[in-house]
Unconditional design. Structure first.
Length: 424
């Protein structure tokens, strides 16, 4: 079933320039709008693209999504710190699936490694969307704190997604697992067998700066399963983005809501609390592995449910649901049709400049500077498609260059003077 992954790439990748073009137009209009109105429309734009992603990863692939824990999260509209075990590159899409049931996918703000900031087009877009960027080694807290303060000061509604394990648990990555277990021993903690040791620094920084803005921590545990609901083998790598779309899938998701007042903020207490949460997840996977050894097969749906009941919380909400409510396909297709139509218009009007320009821009961003002769041809090509006139294009490019200088630490034009050649 290789057709669906290829179709997803062919459709979702060209939509990225479309989102950027629409955001540029929104940014221009945003000069005349209140800041809250701008962020509301920006959230809607981000939501449109994520709905297109869900169209492939849920509507076309996910047979069932079994749900356990606090079912009433769908009735809440709150600011959340969403933490989850990290097994696959699909994990961020699972966050989309969960928040879609509460409404407002555009409220998602991820904690990402700093290198993702330099992905052409989307790197800059998600930065202004208040994603939080961090480094593994040279951690520059003041930049992350500035983003958190901005969200708090302006009262932005948010789901901040964190993966405390930092890296994905992959049984093939023995070096990563050994380093994680060595780190646990250095902190006098018992090494985990089916998860990596959670790191407390990012969580501590978030709670220290945003506890007054957040209402709860959602502790989420995800188990990947086949189309019949039987767990995938934890001893093998979990399917990634491409392979996930190759066949029908089932997911088991457990969510426990922890009020922010119940989460400790002291460093040592927070480390102990965070480790205890992942120790419960580890016990869950250990129970499932024991079932596999005893019965010589992967645990089925009933056995997974029983394991959740033994190791994690059960819902206190009467009349809860066993599966996540299905998303309306019309809701997903509406966003898809809108973005696909604009994308087709872009490609039809000026197909060669975006392709050529995006490759050149990607190369320049990787080197962290733009040569003078490049002159942002991709941005110019996209802007001139929708904005007639050289003067308006110049104003947009000046705004973009100033924003990129503040964001990335470099000016997009090599020389000191602005010399935009419209139509490069």
């Amino acid at each position: 079933m290789i057709l669906l992954p290829l179709l997803a790439i062919i459709i979702l990748v060209p939509m990225a320039p479309t989102v950027m073009v629409l955001w540029i137009l929104l940014r221009l209009i945003g000069f005349f709008l209140p800041l809250t109105a701008y962020h509301t429309f920006d959230d809607k734009l981000f939501s449109w693209y994520q709905r297109c992603v869900l169209l492939f990863f849920e509507a076309f692939v996910a047979q069932k999504i079994y749900f356990y824990g606090d079912h009433d999260f769908t009735k809440r509209k709150e600011n959340v710190l969403f933490m989850c075990n990290h097994q696959s590159t699909v994990d961020w899409i699972i966050c989309n699936m969960v928040i879609a049931r509460q409404g407002g996918i555009g409220r998602l703000r991820y904690i990402l490694l700093n290198i993702f900031k330099y992905i052409p087009l989307f790197g800059y877009y998600v930065y202004q969307h208040c994603f939080i960027f961090v480094n593994r080694d040279n951690f520059e807290a003041h930049k992350a704190v500035a983003t958190m303060d901005y969200m708090t000061k302006n009262g932005l509604s948010c789901w901040i997604v964190a993966f405390p394990e930092v890296d994905r648990f992959n049984p093939k990555k023995l070096k990563v697992i050994e380093e994680s277990r060595a780190f646990a021993k250095s902190k006098n903690l018992l090494p985990l067998q089916y998860n990596l040791t959670p790191r407390v620094r990012g969580m501590e920084l978030l709670l220290k700066n945003m506890s007054s803005h957040l209402h709860a921590v959602y502790d989420v545990t995800v188990i990947f399963a086949d189309e019949n609901g039987s767990c995938l083998d934890k001893g093998k790598p979990i399917p990634g983005l491409f392979s996930y779309l190759m066949r029908p899938r089932t997911l088991h998701i457990h969510l426990q809501r922890c009020p922010i007042a119940d989460v400790p903020q002291d460093h040592d207490a927070l480390r102990a609390w965070l480790y205890s949460r992942f120790a419960l997840k580890d016990k869950l996977f250990a129970d499932l592995e024991e079932i596999k050894k005893n019965k010589a097969r992967q645990p089925n749906v009933d056995e997974v449910k029983a394991a959740f009941l033994r190791n994690l919380s059960v819902s206190k909400v009467p009349n809860g649901f066993d599966e996540l409510p299905r998303l309306r396909r019309r809701w997903l297709f509406t966003a898809f049709i809108c973005l696909a139509s604009v994308t087709a218009l872009l490609l039809f009007r000026d197909w060669h400049n975006p392709i050529r320009g995006s490759l050149r821009l990607a190369n320049c961003l990787a080197r962290r500077y733009l040569p003078y002769e490049t002159q942002l041809p991709y941005m110019t090509a996209l802007i001139k498609t929708f904005l007639p006139g050289k003067l308006l294009t110049r104003l947009v490019m000046v705004h973009l260059s100033d924003r990129m200088q503040r964001t990335c630490g470099f000016h997009p034009f090599y020389s000191g003077r602005l010399n935009i050649r419209v139509g490069v």
